[in-house]
Write a protein that binds this ligand. Structure first.
Ligand code: PLP
Length: 382
């Protein structure tokens, strides 16, 4: 007997077909973009980890909390990103807060995209420096805010999602870097939760997509340039669980030392670490997953446009569509659901307009029939 809940209850692994409230749906929700969160090898790895190591180490990383799987996640993550090191911890939500601690003494004021994810907005406030919100994805407004709010000689830090969690739009990273150059030393930090594993030749995310991945990222904080930092979660496209900060040996050491997450929080659970190590291995072993995902993204976005809907082209696996008002989108959601397709209507989330939106998420394991099926069902419901 399941406990009473006002939210839907998932009783299968998330995948292209997912069981919600006792019914199977072709599932266009969530964030398991590569379709690995329910992969048999990932499940098996999680089970073996718990059998071998117990639920978790019951101590922090700086105590006796390193187990072989936590270290393996960090080794694999560093390999995936092509960096010297990576720091793995139990939540992507705190990842920005953790990185920002390492930047704190080099920053005088923060400027945050107004539509950023809650965790980035909270991390900005927790940094304890003055916070200014600039208009969503607007480099000109960022320039205006810097002119008006940064004290002379002050060092700015700009914060943004790499890929926005509902709209799937990308931050104009190159433009922000250009705006920041005259203010150097300055810093730009991105939460790339939805870009990691999806965007770029090697799945390294939005910076790789824009050709900006390289030694400059998560390296020594530049004395006179614009530093570029990034963090992400392994719980979305990658199919594991927990937050990650890759980088140079020096940067990762600084991040670990500046935040107390390394010595004040329980190490990631064994199941999480075991699943995550396996999931990263699968992502590395099967680059075709990313190619299939990109083909599915293009098929769904293009197909929805044939219905006359304003769906932009873009490389993100998540995107939103606004179709009339909230009541209409609630109806469309219900009709799609009755037809066996789950496309959430998100009424309220950071970055959304007052009427909310239908949020689509496509995964590498959706078949062409599934994608064409949801388009046909929406055509009927419109
Ligand atoms: C942009 C962004 N950052 C961070 C998170 C949180 O990551 P995690 O679920 O690993 O805590 C989310 C959503 O889950 C997100 O959308």
């Amino acid at each position: 007997m399941l406990p009473e809940s006002t939210s839907p209850v998932m009783t299968s692994p998330p995948g292209p077909v997912t069981v919600i409230d006792g019914r199977s749906y072709v599932y266009f929700a969530g964030t398991s973009y590569l379709g690995l969160a329910g992969h048999p090898e990932v499940i098996q790895a999680a089970c073996e980890a718990v059998r071998q190591l117990g639920v978790h180490t019951a101590t922090s990383r700086s105590g006796f909390g390193n187990n072989p799987l936590t270290l393996e996640v960090e080794r694999r993550a560093a390999e995936f990103f092509g960096t010297e090191r990576a720091f793995y911890f139990s939540s992507g939500y705190v990842a920005n807060h953790i990185v920002l601690q390492a930047l704190a003494d080099r920053v005088d004021a923060t400027f945050v995209d107004e539509a950023s994810h809650y965790c980035l907005l909270e991390a900005a406030r927790l940094l304890g420096k003055p916070v200014t919100a600039f208009r969503h994805r607007d480099p000109d407004d960022l320039a205006r805010c810097l002119r008006e709010n940064l004290p002379a000689g002050g060092r700015p830090l700009v914060l943004t999602d790499g890929v926005f969690s509902v709209s799937g739009r990308l931050a104009p990273v190159k433009e922000y870097l250009r705006v920041l150059e005259p203010y150097a030393p300055a810093a730009l930090h991105l939460d790339d939760a939805h870009g990691l594993g999806v965007l770029g030749e090697n799945g390294r995310g939005v910076l790789e997509h824009f050709g900006l991945w390289g030694p400059r990222v998560n390296s020594a904080v530049e004395a006179d340039g614009v530093s570029l930092t990034i963090c992400g979660t392994l719980a979305k496209a990658i199919g594991g669980f927990g937050g990650v900060v890759p980088g140079t040996r020096e940067f990762v050491s600084r991040v670990r030392a500046s935040s107390h997450y390394f010595d004040g929080a329980s190490a990631p659970s064994s199941a999480d670490a075991g699943a995550t190590a396996k999931a990263i291995e699968l992502v590395q072993r099967q680059p075709e997953l990313r190619r299939q995902l990109q083909a599915n993204i293009a098929r769904l976005r293009t197909g929805l446009r044939t219905l006359g809907l304003a769906v932009e082209d873009g490389p993100a696996a998540n995107f939103s569509v606004e179709i009339g008002n909230g009541a209409n989108m609630r109806r469309l959601h219900a009709e799609l659901r009755a037809a066996g397709f789950l496309v959430p209507y998100v009424a309220k989330y950071s970055g959304l307009g007052p009427e909310g939106a239908l949020r689509f998420a496509v995964c590498a394991r959706h078949t062409a029939e599934m994608i064409d099926g949801v388009i046909a069902a929406l055509r009927k419901a419109l």
